[in-house]
Design a protein around this ligand. Structure first.
Ligand code: C2E
Ligand code: MG
Ligand code: MG
Ligand code: MG
Length: 285
């Protein structure tokens, strides 16, 4: 793409555009390599049931340590993957690794309420890829408790193409996948409208959750939580960073939270340790 970018433009732009384009191409090449060699990290961030602070599930997040550049943030490499089409390979990789790990946990650490894992799905995967058959294949390969493999899709992704999205989502749901509405509140659509889609879970965006001195915040939080519950959905708050955040969410009736207060994304080994060491309320209750 670097060539096309620089191609017909005035000479003066070349020194700026060429290195920029080259960096992105390199990043893409290296990311492709990391997926192929399976060095792309698959990490797990706990999603906690506030009532007893037990781990209810994990969000599966990609982590990449570049051989030369060191850690590269998902906010940098996910857009590169989306623009280059590599997101399909990345998505397949995360889906398979995440589902495999979940199946292993469900077998080795049985619990009263089966653990779930949620995988992020980006727009290109939903629109241009055979997501349905891929999810079907993963579900038939791994025996998982129904609804415990969840797919996270953002509000803006779904709203960009509501007719098509709702068809695909209905089929995913029929296969037994759980569906989480990610980053809710950032897309300016109402939960009442979004309820027409078969989501079972909403994840409140962290901008509503973190204490930030905004006096409208608890009011917004309270009404999102109440509406989610009234619509029969599970509600997860993202970005709980302090004990005060967690306590407030619990008092507002929010069922689940995720955030640095409870823990960052960790490796499968560390997550296994968390599951084994965790207080056993969830099992003995
Ligand atoms: P997301 O799906 O909304 O994921 C939540 C992000 O919030 C993660 O950032 C997580 O580390 C971060 N986070 C969690 N708790 C806290 C907290 O208490 N405070 C703050 N400030 N942040 C918190 P991360 O891992 O950097 O990922 C960023 C975004 O990149 C994700 O947002 C998701 O959209 C995308 N992403 C990550 N992994 C994948 C993947 O495997 N596939 C796709 N398609 N997208 C991914
Ligand atoms: Mg997410
Ligand atoms: Mg999110
Ligand atoms: Mg987010």
């Amino acid at each position: 793409h670097a060539k096309r970018l620089g191609g017909d433009r005035q000479e003066v732009f070349r020194p700026i555009l060429r290195p920029l384009g080259k960096n992105l191409v390199d990043l893409e090449t290296d990311l492709r390599e990391a997926i192929k060699k399976e060095t792309l990290g698959v990490y797990f961030q706990p999603i906690v049931r506030l009532e007893d602070q037990s781990i209810a599930g994990f969000e599966v997040l990609a982590r990449w340590t570049h051989p030369k550049r060191g850690r590269v943030s998902p906010s940098e490499f996910i857009p590169v993957a989306e623009q280059s089409g590599l997101i399909n390979e990345l998505g397949t990789y995360m889906l398979e690794k995440g589902a495999h790990q979940l199946a292993q946990w469900q077998r080795s650490i049985p619990r009263e309420r089966p653990l779930f894992a949620s995988i992020n799905i980006s727009s290109r995967q939903l629109l241009k890829h055979d997501l349905i058959n891929e999810v079907k294949a993963v579900l038939s390969r791994q025996s998982l408790a129904p609804g415990t493999l969840k797919l996270e899709l953002t509000e803006s992704l779904v709203m960009a193409n509501p007719e098509y999205s709702s068809k695909v989502l209905e089929r995913l749901r029929a296969l037994g996948a759980g569906l989480s509405l990610d980053d809710f509140g950032t897309g300016h659509s109402s939960l009442a409208y979004l309820q027409r889609f078969p989501f079972d879970t909403i994840k409140i965006d962290q901008s509503f959750v973190k204490s930030n001195g905004n006096s409208a915040r608890p009011v917004l939080l309270r009404s999102i939580v109440a509406m989610g519950r009234d619509l029969g959905m599970s509600v997860v708050a993202e970005g709980a960073e302090s004990e005060a955040d967690a306590l407030e969410l619990y008092q507002l009736g929010c069922e689940y939270a995720q955030g640095f207060f409870f823990g960052q994304a960790v490796t499968a080994e560390e997550a296994t340790r968390l599951l084994r060491d965790a207080p056993k309320q969830a099992v003995s209750a």
